[in-house]
Design a binder for this molecule. Structure first.
Ligand code: ATP
Length: 346
């Protein structure tokens, strides 16, 4: 059993089709206790379908799902020990923040004593920095506060797993940045197990214990943010993470560098590219545009008809139209099918 024995939730060869669309294909992965696994993928990748399969709102066509070691594949949603946070906060508008938070604990089946409910609600409100708003009606809150309450409603419970479907995507950039840090802090503090889906690479990088990159219903790679970033198994995965985006050059354009046989494309992240202001021969490009972002510059370079974007120190004296020498340092190599090829030792 190994890792699976520790798993809170395990999917084994799960597939789901809607007519001609294969929403989820042969999906297998496990989430361990206390882990925050992020499924990262574009619209239509099968993220929400995966969450709905775990909740039981959808039945898989094939494969099985277990929660805490129990096969729940055929169990109805209500019997699975799950809390769900949606993209759009779904609060009860006529209730106070306190009552919204207490609601999940007051279900008749739970019979939690009122004093215990109070303790739990107050603790959760503290964690989310909304303790001062407990008496407010849910409608008398800012968007960010509403989403805190929605997240709080999941966190008051202690389910086997929290499922979160882009819970921060309706917030503005500043709030999103704030809440993703807080959510991570709270998850660690509570030891909560979370399956979180997003198309936002920054959320994935900053929050995940492990990221699963998903596309067309298929899990392409699962690993720590660092593994996925530094060691992508394919061109597609390499392109999912990194700002500015990784550059791809056809291998034929850089005959100067030694590359493993079978290389079709060279993947160049900003840290793989060094720019020397002097034109010393070798690989020579031309600066086309410099975007000033304050603490960093995005430099757009033209190299043999291709555009490359890289980060540069704003103090590096570069100007538009200047010729520069480019040095590639341990870039990534991909074959014609987009699979990663290991670099040959040097
Ligand atoms: P988004 O980020 O846009 O929410 P997603 O990754 O969550 O996308 P899903 O909602 O899981 O993607 O959808 C995966 C695929 O399955 C899509 O092609 C979608 O159109 C299709 N699909 C999902 N639910 C249904 C349904 N009930 N009936 C028919 N097709 C569906």
């Amino acid at each position: 059993m190994g890792a699976l024995a520790m798993a809170n939730v395990a999917l084994r060869h799960v597939s789901k089709r809607f007519g001609p669309v294969e929403a989820v294909r042969d999906l297998s992965f496990a989430i361990n206790h206390g882990e925050l696994v992020v499924l990262l993928g574009p619209s239509g990748a099968g993220k929400t379908t995966t969450l709905r399969l775990v909740t039981g709102l959808e039945r898989p066509d094939a494969g099985s799902i277990s929660i805490d070691g129990r096969d729940v594949t055929r169990d109805p949603p209500g019997t699975r020990d799950i809390a769900f946070v949606f993209q759009q906060y779904s609060l009860y508008p006529h209730l106070t923040v306190y009552d919204n938070l207490a609601f999940p604990l007051r279900s008749p089946a739970r019979r939690v004593p009122e004093a215990a409910i109070r303790k739990r609600v107050e603790h959760t409100a503290e964690l989310l920095h909304i303790a001062g708003k407990l008496g407010n009606k849910a409608t008398r809150l800012s968007g960010g506060e509403m989403q805190r309450v929605a997240i709080g409603r999941a966190l008051v419970r202690d389910p086997s797993i929290h499922l979160m479907d882009e819970p921060l995507s309706s917030l503005d950039a500043k709030l999103r940045a704030e809440l993703r840090l807080e959510l991570k802090r709270i998850q660690v503090e509570l030891g909560a197990t979370i399956l979180y889906v997003t198309h936002d690479q920054v959320e994935a990088m900053t929050m995940a214990s492990r990221i699963g990159v998903i596309k067309d219903g298929e899990l392409l790679q699962l690993g720590t943010p660092r593994e996925i970033y530094e060691n992508p198994n394919s061109r597609y995965v390499a392109g999912r993470l990194g700002t500015p985006q990784i550059n791809f050059l056809p291998a034929g354009l850089v005959p100067e560098i030694a590359m493993p046989s079978g290389t079709d494309t060279v993947g160049i992240r900003t840290e793989h590219l060094q720019i020397a202001a002097a034109n010393g021969g070798g690989i020579v490009g031309r600066v086309r545009r410099i975007e000033h972002l304050g603490d960093q510059n995005h430099v757009h370079l033209e190299y043999r008809g291709q555009m490359l974007v890289t980060l540069a120190d704003p103090h590096q004296p570069l100007q538009a139209d200047q010729e520069v020498e480019l040095e590639l340092v341990d870039p990534l190599y991909f074959d014609a099918a987009g699979r990663r090829i290991a670099a040959t030792a040097h």
